[in-house]
Design a protein around this ligand. Sequence first.
Ligand SMILES: [Zn+2]
Length: 111
Amino acid sequence: MEKQDLLNKVFEKILTPDEAEQVLDYYLEHLTVADPPIHEMLGFSVKEWTAYAHSTPLDTIAEWRVNGWPNQCFVCKKEIVSDNYGWFPREYEGKYGLRHIVCPDPAISTV
Ligand SMILES: [Zn+2]
């Protein structure tokens, strides 16, 4: 199995998101324990793979890679630093965004 950069192929529209999903499925079925982890084989960062594992569409993740990740929680509107964890992606008002797993309690965060 060959390493490739799947998200880049989606961003460049070399693959549609559906085709990229098929590539992903193929790798999942055919990788062996001797191969590197699938996210490495397909050029995902751990953060990108985490978003994918939470069902974020591949074209959305590809766009975040190029144009920047959301940096605000769509629930509480406070900052999210996507390089730190404690968030998960969800569809919100027709597009994907990030939200805290547990939004900071304003009463606690001002202490
Ligand atoms: Zn929040």
